[in-house]
Design a protein. Structure first.
Length: 448
């Protein structure tokens, strides 16, 4: 809490800021919504380690709120007595008397009650003087630090240094070498302590206390760079609502999975597909399409567009990585239109923005597009399984733009000619060929 002598947005504004963060808004969006600049919002977020300070918890009614203090200041300026103020705001007269005596401003040489100063004094008095447990207990701190950041060792005890890394303070750096460490999670450390020290109650700490020592500035004890030893590698906490708040404005009520025809679910009728992207480094990607009945796979070539890597990226500008909405549509149209009309009925995708122009795709191909529910990969099981198989050829952390359309066709041919247990050890290519032959037979009824 900063001195009341410095201009600072009110506690109500800061509390509203953290409400916005909890609802899933970005730091910049939350700052704009409460009327402060985005650098101020970023400072609040970083200093608090990504979680709302205890001092900004919603008022529970036990203590005076800032709104009540503003009312007290207004009534006091109107020369109302203590009992009258207590009656109007519904508090005990003793509470009002103590508030006026303890939290009045005294800088001018006399007591003058101001709501902002009173709130600041109350917050200062409410601070817990207790020092963090890891800061005062050397043995406990060494235990936690060893399990969190200790060296990786071979079975004979020899230390393995791992790659050379540098702490940059970035939040969850992607696709770069991470420090090799013992890397127990805070919960594993907390739960292991009673096992290793069953009779020593001083060797106890909660996993939340470990997280706070890592994330919150001013807690001391553990160095901030040790967050690189956590599994996620995040330098700040990510609010749960924010991680779930993915943009999905392109998903309207008529294209959700529940609207998909029932015939797609039982796999009896061919022509229903599942799709997704395999992502590589440098914003490279490969599109994957899998037919639900035959498990036949199509790989979609997504080359980078002209200008990639020559100029810095432009915010809200065209995507040159190869899987923007326009490029994605063009590539899918080229792949899907090679199929007979009866074998391109529906396509089920996840909620990625790369298919935000799905209406145009449906118009050009006749294939209706549906989107799975958020965080529900099991609703595209065939595609998820196939993507796992394809990672043998396109591992994570590799540049996928180096492979040509002919290379992708060769890999798809290999996958499609692999016998599958679900197909009674026939290959997807054989089953798909049977589907094509059945469509070419005269007099075959169509469900279109």
């Amino acid at each position: 809490m900063r001195s009341p002598g410095r201009p600072e947005p009110s506690w109500a504004v800061q509390r509203d800021f953290w409400r916005q963060i909890a609802s899933g808004a970005t730091t910049a969006e939350a700052s704009e919504n409460v009327g402060v600049s985005w650098p101020v919002g970023i400072r609040w977020f970083r200093h608090a380690g990504g979680m709302a300070p205890i001092s900004l918890d919603e008022p529970a009614g036990r203590y005076l709120s800032f709104a009540e203090r503003e009312e007290i200041a207004l009534l006091r300026a109107q020369q109302h007595g203590v009992r009258e103020i207590a009656r109007r705001i519904g508090r005990d007269p003793g509470t009002i008397s103590r508030e006026l005596r303890r939290n009045a401003a005294t800088r001018s040489g006399k007591q003058v009650y101001r709501a902002v100063v009173a709130q600041w004094k109350a917050q200062q008095a409410a601070k817990r003087p207790k020092t963090a447990k890891l800061a005062v207990d050397d043995r406990l701190r060494e235990y936690v630090q060893e399990r969190l950041a200790g060296n990786v060792r071979r079975p004979d005890g020899t230390v393995v240094a791992g790659p050379e890394t540098a702490w940059k303070g970035l939040n969850k750096p992607h696709r770069q070498d991470r420090r090799w460490a013992t890397a127990w999670s805070p919960e594993q450390i907390s739960r292991r302590l009673p096992v290793d020290f069953p009779d020593d109650v001083s060797m106890r700490i909660s996993h939340e206390a470990i997280y706070q020592s890592l994330f919150i500035q001013g807690r001391g004890a553990l160095k901030r760079e040790l967050v690189a030893c956590l599994r996620t590698g995040r330098a700040l906490r990510e609010p749960r609502a924010r991680s779930r708040n993915k943009p999905s404005g392109h998903v309207s009520a008529d294209v959700v999975l529940s609207e998909r025809p029932a015939e797609a679910a039982d796999r009896a009728v061919p022509g229903h597909w599942e799709g997704d992207l395999i992502i590589g480094t440098g914003r490279s990607a490969i599109g994957t399409l899998v037919e639900r009945s035959s498990r036949a796979t199509l790989l979609v070539h997504l080359p980078r567009l002209e200008g990639w890597g020559e100029n810095p990226p432009v915010k809200n500008g065209p995507s040159l990585g190869g899987y923007g909405a326009v490029a994605m549509n063009a590539a899918l149209v080229a792949s899907i239109t090679q199929l007979p009309q009866q074998l391109r009925r529906t396509l089920t995708w996840d909620r990625g923005k790369e298919l935000s122009a799905h209406a145009q795709l449906t118009l050009e191909t006749g294939t209706r597009v549906f989107f799975a529910d958020p965080h529900s990969p099991w609703q595209r099981p065939t595609n998820e399984n196939t993507n796992g198989l394809l990672r043998q050829y396109f591992p994570k952390g590799t540049d996928l733009s180096r492979w040509s359309a002919e290379d992708l066709e060769a890999v798809a041919h290999t996958i499609n000619n692999r016998p599958r247990k679900i197909l009674d050890w026939r290959t997807p290519a054989e089953v798909f060929a049977e589907q094509l032959r059945s469509l070419q037979q005269p007099g075959v009824a169509s469900t279109d």
